[in-house]
Ligand binder design. Structure first.
Ligand SMILES: CC(=O)SCCNC(=O)CCNC(=O)[C@H](O)C(C)(C)COP(=O)(O)OP(=O)(O)OC[C@H]1O[C@@H](n2cnc3c(N)ncnc32)[C@H](O)[C@@H]1OP(=O)(O)O
Length: 434
């Protein structure tokens, strides 16, 4: 990739490492030095152009690498310059590799959750005219040495087919450990729990819960795939027919498509709290023995969820049949079809109806796409005990109890799922419930 300025002088080394400051490297002695601000502008132009080229190569609707994203994240970019004779003069850029540490919740091969902070491969691109010439390997190898990591310790953010083949060829990475998020990890990831895959403290204060561990590609999300556990892929020994993010990366592996604005979780939650109840909800609340949402939030036992009765989904595919566990009526009708699915106020309607969870039982919720929270369902009065599982990347509720495998998404309704009792549980209602 060529630029209208002297790339060769701007980046004296074959590989340049950039962090969030995007500082221009020191220039070779004897080189004329333009104003520092101009140099930084040139660096930013390179980063932006590389990001665009990478997005195009990966058929992404928008770049996931840009100067502004670099400045707002603690990512590291390795930029490879073309040092060949044909590029004598202004020089050219061959490609780049972007990495960064991310707090992730990953499943091990026993499907146990592990909170780790591995180095992640976030973006990787070699110019089309120079692919399969070993440049990618040079860059990758340099990064491994600089970051002092082994390939199997890495987590890869939605790798492309080419990258999977690359990792297989150069580093023998083949068998993946299925995940519920967009990240792909390989066998051996848990073999060495020394940094960079450092385990995080098991618990953190409620206020610390943040919607983090999101994939850099999260904001590109548009379509909702069948959620976990429905889309669970078996452990495989060979690279998948489709890129793992779409097949083995479970839960939120969107198809690439047009951009949709991402609503931050806190914003959504704020709006949830401020949002007046849905008119129907008001009606229900008026006759609700459970009292105000605040009261319910402090109650671990709830009366039957009204909408759970009127808007539930039959796992047995019968209309107006009864739930096998509760005897209550269930119908194959989605929240969306009732016009309720995306209304935050439906939390009042989708009253959680767990089958009297026992003290200390874990139940999971997802409050917004791309973030996840869990609450310990405590029998004692008071607020539920928030867990650090907020890092889990799932668009769906799920239960961490023995019912987990039976939990199913509500038909097309991304904010609710069907508990094994047959009741619809809304993530949002759960937030307010606790
Ligand atoms: C987390 C993420 O960043 S996912 C996005 C990864 N980036 C992309 O998919 C963008 C387009 N692809 C590229 O930019 C490059 O192909 C990269 C970065 C994946 C690899 O860089 P390269 O310089 O081509 O790699 P290098 O030459 O060192 O290794 C070649 C090997 O990579 C794999 N590979 C590279 N290109 C291809 C391709 N078109 N088809 C299949 N495999 C490929 C193969 O294993 C290949 O070995 P082979 O030629 O013997 O089959």
């Amino acid at each position: 990739m060529e630029f209208p300025f002297d790339v060769d002088a701007l980046l004296p080394e074959r590989i340049t490492v950039l962090d969030q400051h995007l500082r221009p490297p020191a220039r070779r002695p004897g080189t004329t030095t333009p104003a520092r601000v101009d140099l930084q502008q040139q660096i930013m132009t390179i980063v932006d152009e590389l990001g665009k080229a990478s997005a195009k190569a990966q058929h992404l609707p928008a770049p996931i690498t840009s100067a502004s994203r670099m400045q707002s994240n603690r990512h590291v970019m390795y930029i490879l310059k073309d040092t060949s004779a044909r590029m004598a003069g202004k020089g050219a850029i061959v490609g780049f590799l972007k990495v960064g540490y991310k707090k992730l919740f990953v499943l091990d091969d026993r499907e146990a959750h592990n909170e780790v902070e591995p180095l992640c491969i976030l973006d990787f691109y070699i110019h089309e005219s120079l692919q399969r010439h070993g440049h990618g390997r040079d860059l990758f190898q340099y990064m491994l040495q600089k970051e002092r990591v082994e390939p199997h310790q890495l987590a890869i953010d939605r790798p492309s087919q080419k990258l999977l083949k690359f990792l297989n060829k150069h580093y023998n990475l083949e068998t993946t450990v299925p995940q519920v998020n967009n990240f792909v990890i390989f066998e051996g990831f848990f073999a060495h729990q020394h940094p960079p895959a450092r385990k995080l403290p098991p618990k953190r204060a409620e206020g610390d819960i943040k919607p983090y561990s999101s994939s850099d590609r999260e904001f590109l999300k548009v379509a909702v795939e069948p959620p976990w556990p429905l889309n669970r892929a078996p452990r495989r020994a060979t690279p998948p027919a489709h890129p793992p993010p779409r097949s083995s990366s479970l839960g939120n592996s969107p198809e690439r498509g047009p951009l949709r604005p991402f609503v931050p979780e806190q914003e959504l939650l704020r709006s949830l709290r401020l949002c007046p109840p849905h008119p129907t909800a008001r009606l229900l609340l008026a006759t609700d023995p459970g009292g105000s949402p605040a009261q319910r939030r402090r109650t671990s036992r709830t009366p039957a969820g009204l909408v759970a009765q009127s808007c539930s989904y039959s796992r047995h595919g019968r209309l107006n049949s009864s739930s096998p566990n509760t005897g209550l009526p269930v119908r194959s009708r989605s929240c969306h079809s009732m016009g309720l699915g995306r209304n935050p106020c439906t939390r009042f309607l989708h009253r959680p109806r767990l089958h009297q969870p026992s003290p200390g039982q874990w139940v999971g919720i997802c409050s917004t796409p791309g973030s996840f929270e869990t609450c310990r369902n405590v029998a004692a009065p008071g607020l539920g005990d928030r867990s650090p599982l907020s890092h889990l990347q799932s668009q769906y509720y799920f239960s961490l109890t023995e019912d987990l495998a039976k939990a199913r998404p509500h038909n097309g309704c991304i904010h609710s799922f069907i508990h094994s009792t047959g009741f619809i549980i809304s993530a949002k209602s759960f937030v307010s419930y606790f």
